[in-house]
Design a protein around this ligand. Structure first.
Ligand code: SAM
Length: 186
């Protein structure tokens, strides 16, 4: 019992220290400022090539599938996916700066869209998306205030916009210890 309590205290202290040291990824202003200064591109966790074998297993039609990229950032993921033949990609992000950067960067990929949008309030119709991709955007929400409420709001929206049989591909760091990675198919 005493050992359990000691472990509990150590883990709790470490989580607190860790969260204190981290930038405020849960705050939209953090991202707006970051993208004002950050040039180039950055792929969080994994790149398209490493996830491609898993995406291939989903057997999606490259011509007809509508893909929603949640919190695209300045990652080349959508560009690599587009160049691989998936042209119908809607990219959204809460940061206006990054959406402008991505729009300019992708003038030569005209079928792909970039919109400022909150993942907790998706401006898409019900059952209109074949595949939703989340690469580390849940991580960002988990770092902010009301973390679980925000993740629940996002998931509710994702479920709403996905088609009957739907696929939600996610990859995130769970408290930065485990890289959770997988997909749901309903
Ligand atoms: C960790 S980065 C991941 C970026 C990109 N998906 C990647 O894999 O490199 C999280 C992204 O989520 C965006 N974001 C944070 N909160 C958001 C929200 N509520 N709605 C939409 N995007 C959000 C941030 O602006 C940032 O670009």
């Amino acid at each position: 019992m005493l050992l359990n309590k000691i472990f509990y205290i150590i883990i709790k202290k470490n989580i607190k220290l860790y969260l204190k040291k981290m930038p405020n990824y849960g705050d939209p202003k953090y991202w707006e400022d970051r993208y004002k200064d950050q040039k180039g591109s950055f792929d969080w966790l994994e790149d398209y090539n490493s996830l491609k074998p898993t995406i291939q297993k989903l057997n999606l039609s490259k011509e007809n599938s509508r893909i929603l990229n949640l919190g695209c950032g300045n990652s080349p993921f959508c560009e690599n996916m587009y160049d691989d033949g998936f042209h119908n990609i809607d990219n959204i992000d809460i940061s206006n700066n990054v959406i402008q950067i991505m729009k300019n960067r992708n003038i030569k990929r005209p079928e792909m869209t970039f919109k400022v949008m909150d993942v907790r309030n998706l401006q898409f119709e019900n059952s209109s998306v074949d595949l939703a991709v989340d690469k580390s955007t849940i991580d960002a929400l988990l770092c902010g205030d009301y973390a679980f409420l925000n993740v629940a709001k996002m998931l509710k929206e994702v479920i709403r916009v996905l088609k009957g049989i739907f696929i939600f591909f996610f990859i995130f760091f769970f408290f930065s210890w485990w890289l959770l990675y997988g997909y749901f198919i309903w």
